[in-house]
Design a protein around this ligand. Structure first.
Ligand SMILES: [Zn+2]
Length: 98
């Protein structure tokens, strides 16, 4: 299997990729469970997501800043481990190919 490229996606594309359960998990994590190294704990006021990537393993990586201190944060969502998500991500990659 050839290596996949990492692609940046937008909020709408993310919404297409996630099912209801994944969407819920994503929202909960972004609001309360992303570690901020400046706060030395979870970003309790949530995270302002600035960039979203579908990485080479079809996991979702988000980057942004902590709403409390403004520190840089990032978090990997290992959705690529799920077969259904993997298939959805591959179809998505096909659909955006030029
Ligand atoms: Zn912080």
């Amino acid at each position: 299997m050839k290596e996949l490229s990492e692609i940046q996606i937008n909020q709408f594309q993310l919404a297409v990729l996630l099912d209801e359960e994944e969407r819920h998990f994503y929202n909960v994590v972004v609001e309360s469970f992303i570690y901020c190294s400046q706060c030395r704990g979870f970003a309790g006021e949530g995270v302002e997501v600035e960039s979203i990537y579908l990485d080479s393993l079809n996991d979702i990586r988000v980057e942004g800043c902590c709403r409390k201190c403004g520190g840089r944060v990032a978090r990997l969502f290992e959705f690529g481990e799920k077969k259904e998500f993997q298939e959805k991500a591959c179809r998505f990659r096909e659909s955006i190919k030029q």
